[in-house]
Design a protein around this ligand. Structure first.
Ligand code: SF4
Length: 469
């Protein structure tokens, strides 16, 4: 019977059906970090349990690490305490840790793929919502809470409710200046932030097929912002080429066998889907969020919605967002002044993102009123960017070049907005307070759009920028 990749991977990892209708799934890879693991380890210790599969558990520090000075001990006591606790727990339970001294530290969803830990056909968990990123490889990957981190540490399994699969095709070709970020913001804008509830999203179509792994990761990363717990792309030649030779990918003699299995996991022709949605790549514009959820977005040539003209079901949400953001209803989004430009995060902090932003920035200066920072997604991304001279391009333009970490994506470290500042951000969430100030305002957009906004000081259509530069 024709099956989707989701069904094949799910069935291969199902331990048993539980009386409550959930399935106990075996977890192939458990990624942990300093913020959601301490309480889980404390509970393990209390009960005298051991870690079931330390060889399938990998740790890094990313959420709270400072990015300006990463010398130990950290100036922030909380950051130092959490990092030291993770180091202690990893030592005690024999878990490999990619710490700041390792050269392989970085955001958990950046280092998993770049180390080759993330592979097609895996079940992957991490105590961070954006674990859906790893689905770009054809894995079933989802974020979990701290009590589930404990469960996976203790049993290497997890109770999960079954999902339907929605196939999302992006057909045709993307226009010049349109990126993966614009595609996923458009998908969420169309289906809504709760539209994916109960679904895994399978992405396909010509535009997705042509994307690099970095771009596919950007798409899958934000699946959770559309309410889908999981997002994935069927493995293909792009996936195989990315993984070949990576540190934890199968070694030479087993790689070909692995590839044969990975290929067999792709959804079968004729597989049944719970729903199907198609977007035309040609219709997608550079996209910017104007509100307080990732679903409140418009094309850069668009205008802030007028609450009275929106559907009744959405009106109060639109009113709240327009009021919080301080907009005049109907004003164009292009030309909106910004105070901060943030390039980084597990959505758009990879080498290809920094290359694209540097291409826009080269030879220009950051606008006088803008504070601009670049935070590579991992130490490896930072080193590769420096080898290409990208750090110099950013520094000469007036950007701060920082160490790897989550940084201003969630502002658990000193990288944060002040007061009512408006931030052009390549991250994934624009909730109230997400970037550290309860009244701060976040505009999500592609790295190229962040770069253009940093230079002009206002939201700028990168398509016009490219003509101008
Ligand atoms: S960059 Fe943001 S979303 Fe990604 S892992 Fe860090 S905090 Fe989570």
């Amino acid at each position: 019977m024709a099956r989707t990749l989701f069904e094949k991977v799910w069935d291969a990892h199902a331990v048993r059906r539980l009386p409550n209708g959930q399935t106990q799934l075996y977890v192939g890879l458990h990624l942990i970090h300093e913020v959601t693991s301490p309480q889980a380890f404390d509970e393990l210790k209390l009960r005298g349990w051991r870690v079931a599969a330390p060889d399938r558990t990998f740790a890094t520090v990313d959420h709270i690490v400072p990015t300006r000075s990463q010398a130990r001990p950290f100036a922030d006591l909380m950051a130092e305490t959490m990092t030291a606790a993770l180091e202690r727990n990893c030592r005690e339970y024999g878990i490999p840790l990619f710490d700041l001294a390792s050269g392989a530290q970085g955001i958990v969803h950046v280092i998993g793929p770049e180390l080759g830990l993330t592979q097609p056909g895996m079940t992957i968990c991490c105590g961070d919502s954006h674990t859906s990123t790893h689905g770009a490889f054809g894995a079933i990957a989802f974020g979990i809470g701290t009590s589930q981190v404990r469960d996976v540490l203790a049993s290497q399994t997890l109770a999960v409710s079954p999902l339907k699969v929605r196939r999302i095709d992006v057909t045709g070709a993307l226009g010049h200046g349109v990126y993966a970020k614009d595609v996923i913001l458009s998908i969420i804008g169309r289906l809504g932030v709760n539209g994916g509830t109960g679904y895994a999203y399978e992405y396909g179509g010509d535009a997705i097929d042509r994307m690099s792994m970095d771009e596919r990761m950007t798409i899958c990363n934000m699946s959770i912002e559309g309410g889908a717990r999981i997002g994935y792309v069927n493995p293909d030649e792009t996936t195989v080429a990315y993984l070949r030779g990576r540190r934890f990918a199968p070694a030479a003699e087993t790689f070909d066998r692995a590839v044969a299995w990975w290929r067999s996991l792709a959804s079968d022709p004729g597989a049944a889907y719970g729903d199907r949605v198609t977007l035309r790549g040609e219709d997608i514009e550079p996209t910017v969020t104007w509100g307080i959820t990732p679903g409140q977005s418009i094309g850069v040539s668009g205008r802030i919605p007028v609450p009275a003209e929106t559907e009744a079901a959405q009106r109060s949400g639109v009113e709240e967002a327009v009021s919080f953001m301080g907009w005049s209803a109907g004003q164009p989004i292009a030309g909106t002044p910004i105070n901060v430009a943030f390039l980084g995060s597990c959505t758009n902090g990879r080498l290809s993102d920094l290359r694209e932003a540097a291409r826009i920035v080269r030879g220009h200066k950051v606008a006088a009123q803008v504070r601009a920072i670049v935070v590579p997604g991992s130490q490896a991304v930072g080193v590769a960017a420096e080898r290409e001279g990208l750090d110099e391009i950013f520094r000469e333009a007036g950007f701060d070049w920082r160490g790897a970490g989550c940084s201003m994506c969630l502002a658990m470290n000193p990288d944060r907005l002040d007061g009512r500042e408006i931030c052009a951000s390549s991250s994934n969430r624009n909730f109230k307070g997400r970037q550290g100030s309860p009244t701060g305002r976040t505009l999500l957009m592609s790295p190229a759009m962040v770069a253009a906004a940093a230079i002009t000081g206002v939201v700028t259509d990168v398509r016009a920028w490219e003509t101008r530069a």
